[in-house]
Design a protein around this ligand. Structure first.
Ligand SMILES: NC(=O)c1ccc[n+]([C@@H]2O[C@H](COP(=O)([O-])OP(=O)(O)OC[C@H]3O[C@@H](n4cnc5c(N)ncnc54)[C@H](O)[C@@H]3O)[C@@H](O)[C@H]2O)c1
Ligand SMILES: O=c1ccn([C@@H]2O[C@H](COP(=O)(O)OP(=O)(O)O[C@H]3O[C@H](CO)[C@@H](O)[C@H](O)[C@H]3O)[C@@H](O)[C@H]2O)c(=O)[nH]1
Length: 463
């Protein structure tokens, strides 16, 4: 089967960049990305590609090249489903906030809605691709909905999880470590798998395209995120021990990372991992393990989250303790709000939790982030429902200039590792602050010796 028309439901951080790259690399395939969110689609269609809703290095150029040629963004969900041979489901699968599994299980209501809509609209056989991150065995539920509510047409369900990281989405998509495609082992399943392999083979070498059964594919995605997050919690656990013992976590990370069995990546101690995936996916894994009665397995992985929560709280506690056990009415400036550099995404960012802790201590927080909007920051705080929206907007001042944000501060806290922070005139910042001037580097990106020679009291993570 040759694919000529693809539809993707969900124009978010995954659907948008993934489909833009498929469209760029496969000019003969028409790719339509649909979403219920009209504003989001309007923004993807903004004539100025710098205004597309997701900031990722290199993305606006790709959208500029493919949009209107073979890449389309639309709110006409049913039309796009009807026309496509392959439908990617790329909608959000957040942690449930209600009912059974609240706070742990993945909320699959958006996935189910997609399945029902596909079933209603499809009049010809279709391949349905799970691009969203899903609990193992979700394909079973999707198949049941499609087969029981459809028009008698045949559906093949494939699992094709996405491994891109935000901030590097475009390079990850262009040069993936692997593409994973899970499908049925029947002849029809294999035909569907091969059709999707051929799409990726337009730019990914075949030895990097791995095919498995559906359940292995679904579970591999949760496993990959659990392993990655576990490395961060492991090094963060060591960072606390380093602070007590005089060891330096950067030196420890370098020393262990040179062991080829361990490897150097994902060993940066930090204020704690954020992002929309790690916490959600590990909680989901814990929930799945518990639902099979595997309590030791569940407890083992839950510890990754417990350690991460501890690391965030430890950072805010350290600020309070160092500032003579009170931050009431003190100005504390955050450099960075995004959960990592090179993205405007703030979901589960450590900054939100650190700010919330410090506002509880009556601190005044000023923030500068090069890509995050004021509304997003306030919404993030409001979402915690710790205090009124009015109180949040009084406690949080947002600046579009870092030097202005730091003026008159008692302390600066680095929450995101944006490159530009390393290029600042730190003497000028020091001169504009209250003394003693404290600097809490939650990302270990600044040069401690240089800052101390200026006069800062510098506190990194794990040293
Ligand atoms: N963000 C990442 O870096 C990343 C990476 C790999 C995998 N994932 C997974 O991919 C999935 C999507 O994540 P995201 O970050 O792109 O989410 P997102 O919230 O940015 O985007 C999801 C979009 O789906 C839309 N949507 C929801 N229900 C819909 C429906 N029934 N019809 C049409 N549109 C609908 C929403 O309006 C939203 O725009 C999640 O399962 C996530 O775990 C995310
Ligand atoms: O050594 C490290 C590496 C990362 N982080 C933090 O960990 C979080 C997550 O970073 P990263 O994994 O780079 O970004 P995500 O976009 O969350 O990507 C993860 O989650 C995606 C969604 O499932 C997966 O597709 C990716 O493979 C996986 O890396 C961020 O807060 C980082 O600052 C650290 O603290 N130390």
């Amino acid at each position: 089967m040759k694919i000529t028309k693809i539809c993707c439901i969900g124009a978010g951080y995954v659907g948008g960049p993934t489909m833009a790259v498929i469209a760029q690399k496969c000019p003969n395939i028409q790719v339509t990305v649909v979403d219920l969110n009209e504003q989001r689609i309007k923004d993807w269609n903004d004539p100025n590609t710098d205004n597309i809703p997701i900031y990722e290095p290199g993305l606006s150029e790709i959208v500029g090249e493919a949009r209107g040629r073979n890449l389309f963004f639309s709110t006409e969900v049913e039309k796009a489903i009807d026309e496509a041979q392959v439908i990617f489901i790329s909608v959000n699968t957040p942690t449930k906030t209600y009912g059974k599994g609240k706070g742990m299980a993945a909320d699959l209501k958006y996935i189910e809605l997609c399945a029902r809509q596909i079933a209603k609209v499809a009049k010809q056989n279709k391949i349905v691709v799970e691009k969203s991150t899903l609990p193992v065995r979700t394909a079973e539920a999707i198949k049941s909905i499609l087969d029981n509510t459809g028009n008698g047409v045949q559906f093949q369900i494939l699992s094709n999880p996405e491994f891109l990281a935000e901030g590097t989405a475009v390079t990850d998509l262009l040069n993936p470590d692997r593409i994973l495609i899970g499908g049925d082992t029947t002849p029809e399943g294999e035909e569907a798998i091969n059709a999707l392999v051929d799409v990726y083979a337009n730019w990914v070498s075949k030895d990097k395209i791995l095919t498995t059964n559906v359940w292995s594919s679904e579970l591999s995605k949760l496993t990959a995120n659990a392993f990655l997050a576990q490395r961060i919690s492991s090094i963060n656990a060591m960072s606390e021990l380093c602070e007590k013992t005089g060891a330096d976590v950067s030196e420890v990370a370098k020393a262990i990372g040179m062991d080829s069995r361990i490897g150097p990546k994902f060993l940066k101690a930090s204020v704690g991992f954020g992002g929309s995936c790690f916490q959600k996916d590990i909680l989901n894994l814990v929930y799945i393990a518990k639902s099979y009665g595997l309590n030791e397995v569940a407890d083992y992985w839950e510890q990754v989250i417990i350690m991460n929560d501890h690391q965030k709280r430890r950072f805010s506690n350290k600020i309070v303790q160092t500032l003579y056990n009170t931050v009431a009415d003190k100005k504390i400036t955050f450099l960075g709000w995004a959960f990592k550099k090179d993205t405007n995404d703030t979901r589960e960012s450590a900054a939100i939790y650190v700010a919330d802790d410090l506002i509880n201590e009556q601190a005044k927080i000023s923030v500068y982030d090069p890509k995050v909007s004021r509304n997003k920051m306030l919404n993030d705080l409001d979402y915690l429902q710790t205090r009124s929206e009015e109180a949040n907007s009084k406690a949080l001042s947002i600046f579009d200039n870092a030097y202005e944000a730091c003026k008159g501060a008692h302390a600066i806290a680095i929450l995101t590792e944006w490159d530009e922070f390393t290029t600042y005139d730190w003497q000028k910042i020091y001169d504009s602050m209250h003394k003693p001037a404290f600097l809490f580097d939650g990302r270990n990106i600044l040069n401690a010796k240089e800052l101390e020679s200026i006069g800062f009291i510098y506190k990194g993570i794990g040293s």
